[in-house]
Ligand binder design. Structure first.
Ligand code: SF4
Length: 392
């Protein structure tokens, strides 16, 4: 296949239409050239030292009727995820306050269901309004929306609606059968019509071909207008899901995907999302160089573990990055965290601190990549698959 000369790339306008073949050619670009071009485009549109921090809270976990083959929350698979009822508004708002204190500027709420029922809407509206009143941006990922629901969410103060395309249209029915690719597009249309901003990305590592990865990226880039936020997820393989044995992708393929997302969607925030826990720091740094400028920050990323705030803050401090739109810098965040830890240990003792700060560790829950606390639970209990079972 003839390689596209990256120096002759057509500057992207939102009205341009990207064909799958054009995007496939980008994948064929020599790796370092591709990263360099993505970095150049990133610098034209953003401050490359800034990273947007979003915190994601699962407000209703597990028991989902959908059959997404990558997802441990589907009721069809036995993954050990415990079903939790919809959280109370007070709990949601308390978590949002905590996220803000740790430097997050956007708070995302996710619910594991096909879509919200009318009976859920009053609580969702109240929670959105109260989180918004904290001065944070608010995002929701609530699945398929019925007529009028997007307007209700917008009226309550929602800024962004997350609805991923998941994978390429051609690959969609191998991954999910309970809905169609076009259902996603329909909900995205309702979201745009209601005046909400769009957070829309996908997952790679679902046994898709490179052409299908290109198809996903072309589909995202051809949304008009392009999504303001583009989460790029790497599959987190969870035992019990059909994709647990999915083929591993080389790390360079993930970085290429980030770089191409940046090139195709120059004005969007490209979010390094699920799967970050499994990535070494050097790979995450390469993703930032290739144009990623947003992360999910701390706590759990729905049901798979995400590097905790301390680990994130240390990495971003080392990279001389700063949180976008926040008065805090990572040196201050680290100092605050250190002080919180010292105060807690002084009051409650070390054992209780560890139990409090590493509940997964002590409950023997499945997690991966370590908790970043320096308690030494990472390397000696990690199994070959990269997944560890931490027990006290
Ligand atoms: S990805 Fe969302 S819709 Fe699909 S099974 Fe998981 S929670 Fe349900």
């Amino acid at each position: 296949m003839q390689k596209l000369k990256i120096t002759k790339l057509t500057p992207h306008k939102q009205t341009d239409y990207w064909t799958v073949c054009e995007v496939e050619k980008l994948f064929e670009t020599p790796f370092l050239e591709l990263v360099f071009e993505a970095a150049r485009i990133h610098r034209e549109n953003f401050n490359p030292q800034e990273v947007q921090l979003s915190t994601l809270l699962s407000i209703k976990t597990g028991g989902c009727p959908e059959d997404c083959t990558y997802c441990p929350q589907s009721a069809r698979y036995h993954t050990g995820v415990e079903n939790e009822a919809l959280l109370a508004k007070e709990e949601i708002v308390a978590k949002a306050k905590l996220a803000k204190a740790k430097g997050a500027t956007r708070f995302c709420m996710g619910a594991a269901w096909r879509g919200p029922k009318e009976r859920h809407m009053p609580m969702l509206r109240e929670a959105i309004a109260e989180v918004k009143a904290l001065g944070m941006e608010v995002c929701g990922t609530f699945g398929i929306l019925e007529e009028g629901q997007a307007e209700q969410l917008k009226e309550a103060g929602l800024d962004y609606y997350n609805h991923n395309l998941d994978t390429a249209p051609e690959h969609y029915e191998k991954i999910i059968t309970t809905r169609k690719f076009d259902d996603r597009i329909n909900t995205l249309g309702k979201v745009r019509e209601a005046g909400l901003k769009v957070c829309c990305g996908g997952i790679i590592g679902l046994n898709e071909s490179r052409k299908e990865r290109a198809g996903l990226l072309a589909s995202l880039a051809n949304l008009d207008p392009q999504p303001e936020s583009v989460p790029i997820n790497q599959l987190v393989k969870v035992e019990g899901t059909p994709l647990f044995e999915a083929e591993d992708l080389d790390w360079t393929e993930f970085v290429r995907t980030i770089a191409i997302a940046r090139i195709l969607m120059p004005n969007s925030h490209v979010r390094l999302s699920a799967g970050r826990q499994q990535m070494p720091e050097s790979m995450q740094a390469m993703c930032f160089l290739a144009g990623a400028n947003s992360i999910f920050y701390g706590e759990k990323l729905l049901t798979t573990s995400n590097p905790d705030n301390n680990f994130d803050a240390q990495l971003l401090y080392k990279l001389d990055m700063k949180p976008e739109g926040s008065d805090l810098d990572f040196a201050t965040i680290l100092e605050q965290q250190e002080q919180e830890m010292t105060d807690y240990i002084a009051e409650h003792g070390t054992q209780e601190f560890l139990e409090h700060s590493h509940p997964a560790h002590f409950a023997g829950e499945q997690t991966s990549g370590g908790c970043g606390s320096g308690c030494g639970c990472v390397s000696d209990k990690k199994d070959d698959s990269g997944v560890g079972y931490y027990k006290a």
